[in-house]
Design a protein around this ligand. Structure first.
Ligand code: PLP
Ligand code: COI
Length: 341
């Protein structure tokens, strides 16, 4: 099977792998981790997740390094963010240790699917936690399932590390709860589906959201945070309705370590015309440079890369991040966890 995977031609999609790791919450407590080779789940037709989307998911990656070692990037940060999402939608908190152990087991058990060093692919890890209690009334479930599966993936946006166009329209909102920070819960993504399809149908990589309240400040791109480079400054939005991206936080620290100034503040849309470079960042997106943002409501374009080539600072940050993830440079930040295979 792995012999037939063309690692360098992989897009971002689901490829079945050998095992997944599960843990059940019942009677007020989490059980032991279990390994499954079956990819199906047996779910009651009234399971709360199906009706009220009581569900959270995460996304992180494992990389095969130059030294042959396998490294997982910032797993504890994803575990903590899932805890925040669980708090936000009244699901039980999964201990960080259980999350980390399940991720480790899923990676080890599927070692043959970890793309080789030197390819553009990596192993995407998808933890998901959802409500299984049969319910028709709107209230929190009492039974939950946590599952970690993995899939080898390539670049999220077509073209990989090439600048692509993004669409901006005030007609689209995501259901981000104002004032709480966007939770990584399925319902928020379902609410953004129409915007995503509209952007793709019009030839864009993604929809670009403004703040839902005033439609004045930049929020984020569909499934990635926004950042821009202005001179020697890394600028990224401060907003209560975006997902706190672990990649964005890592890039901010990298930028600081390179002597850049980091500004996290509200960014009014007009400031787009002052940026030298712009990018979308996330686990799946890594850094996806933005060629231009078309404000389709006002027939106005903000152009960052007329020929699609990534900017100098985007390239520098991209190479640094990749080098740490793949063990080419020492991880002085303590971001990676080595997997003993
Ligand atoms: N914003 C949204 C809406 C996302 O879905 C993601 C991906 O998880 C991100 C931002 C980037 O977050 P991270 O860097 O933690 O993957
Ligand atoms: C990620 O970057 O891990 C995401 O969750 C983005 C998307 C696939 C939902």
């Amino acid at each position: 099977m792995t012999e037939t995977i063309e690692w360098n031609n992989l897009g971002f999609g689901f490829i079945p792998t050998d095992y997944n790791v599960r843990c059940t919450y019942a009677d007020g407590k989490w059980g032991e981790l279990r390994t499954h080779s079956d990819m199906q789940i047996n779910l009651n037709i009234a399971a709360a997740v199906l009706h009220y989307a009581q569900e959270s998911f995460e996304g992180l990656k494992a990389f095969r390094g130059k030294d042959g070692k396998v490294r997982i990037f910032r797993v504890d940060e994803n575990a903590k963010r899932m805890q925040d999402s669980c708090k936000g939608i009244e699901m039980p908190i999964l201990p960080v240790d259980t999350f980390r152990e399940a991720v480790l087991q899923a990676v080890k058990l599927n070692e043959r699917f970890i793309p080789p060093y030197g390819s553009s692919a990596s192993l995407y890890i998808r933890p998901v936690l959802f409500a299984t209690t049969p319910l028709v009334g709107v209230k929190p479930a009492v039974d939950y399932e946590f599952i970690v599966f993995v899939s080898p993936v390539g670049p999220y946006f077509k073209g990989g590390f090439q600048a692509t166009p993004f669409m901006l329209s005030r007609k689209y909102d995501r259901a981000a709860p104002l004032g709480t920070g966007m939770l990584k819960v399925g319902g928020n993504y379902a609410a953004g589906m129409k915007a995503t399809v509209t952007a793709h149908d019009n030839g864009y990589s993604s929809m670009f959201y403004l703040d839902p309240k005033e439609k004045k400040y930049i929020d984020e791109c569909g499934a990635a945070n926004f950042f821009a480079i202005k001179g020697n400054t890394y600028v990224t939005p401060q907003s209560s309705s975006i997902l706190p991206s672990i990649t964005n936080r890592s890039l901010s620290e990298l930028a600081e370590s390179l002597g850049m100034t980091v500004e996290r503040r509200p960014i009014a849309i007009d400031e787009l015309s002052e940026f030298d470079e712009a990018g979308a960042c996330g686990t799946a997106a890594v850094i996806s440079p933005i060629a231009r943002i078309d404000d389709v409501d006002n027939n106005k374009s903000y152009i960052f890369s007329p020929d699609g080539s990534p900017g100098r600072v985007c390239t520098l940050l991209y190479n640094k991040l990749r080098a740490i993830q793949r063990g080419e440079e020492p991880d002085t930040f303590g971001w990676t966890m080595e997997v003993t295979l």
